[in-house]
Ligand binder design. Structure first.
Ligand code: MD3
Ligand code: FE
Length: 216
């Protein structure tokens, strides 16, 4: 992989602006794919992927785990960040340095030089899994961006507006793509369409999405 002199962004990564503050860095994480996968396996061996229940009692089709100081959870009591994995009452696994380095360099490349993620949500989609339109608003400080890393099978991302009623655009995301959402785009509605079956050399029959957040 080649790097230019003034940035740690690989020069073969292309950039697309989706809207003010929302930037796609195509292929930004491809070179780190194997290392990221190795760490996903380590984290999810300690904090297993699980289908959490929404406050309404529905089981989510995406399987989730977390690492870092805070983990996002949902159950009958609501959506929130907490320091302990509810499976065990033990702290979440710490954030692997390859995760932290990647999230910070992607945020830097997108114009957010001070991003310090304290939470990483690991989403695992199998064929048939999806995530409906929602806003990410359980974090304390909306001036901090969110960094999303897609690994494995491609999946169509829905990029909406600040109102649920606004029509969402479909954006295909594939292995190695990184998206940074900040500024006026931080509270946009978003979701992902149903994952189609397939086989990826690194992840097999699934797509992982890592979202890095500053929860507190
Ligand atoms: C746009 N995950 O975990 S990441 C989620 O592919 C989530 O697993 C999806 O939405 C996934 O909450 C999409 C992209 C994403 C994340 C946060 C955003 C897009 C966003 C915040 C504001 C606007
Ligand atoms: Fe989200």
């Amino acid at each position: 992989m080649t790097f230019d002199l003034f940035s740690d962004q690989p020069i073969n990564a292309t950039t697309e602006i989706l809207s003010e503050g929302a930037i796609v860095l195509r292929q930004f994480a491809t070179a780190q794919g194997p290392d990221l996968l190795k760490e996903i396996k380590q984290v999810t061996a300690a904090a297993p992927l699980r289908h959490m229940k929404t406050p309404g009692g529905h089981s989510m089709s995406v399987a989730m785990s977390c690492c870092g100081s805070w983990g996002w959870v949902t159950d009958a009591r609501g959506y929130r960040y907490q320091a302990d994995d509810p499976c065990f009452g033990a702290p979440w696994p710490s954030m692997p340095s390859v995760f932290d380095d990647l999230a910070k360099s992607a945020a830097f490349a997108a114009g957010y030089p001070y991003f310090t993620p304290d939470a990483c949500l690991i989403n695992c989609y199998e064929p048939g899994a999806k995530m409906g339109l929602h806003q990410d608003k359980n974090e304390r400080d909306f001036s901090q961006p969110i960094v999303s890393v897609s690994l494995g099978l491609p999946q169509v991302f829905q990029f909406g507006g600040l109102a649920r009623s606004e029509r969402a655009k479909n954006i295909p995301l594939s292995h190695g793509d990184v998206v940074v959402w900040g500024g006026p785009s931080r509270l946009r509605y978003h979701g992902v369409l149903t994952l189609k079956a397939g086989a990826h050399p690194l992840t097999g029959a699934c797509r992982y999405n890592l979202t890095f957040r500053c929860a507190r």
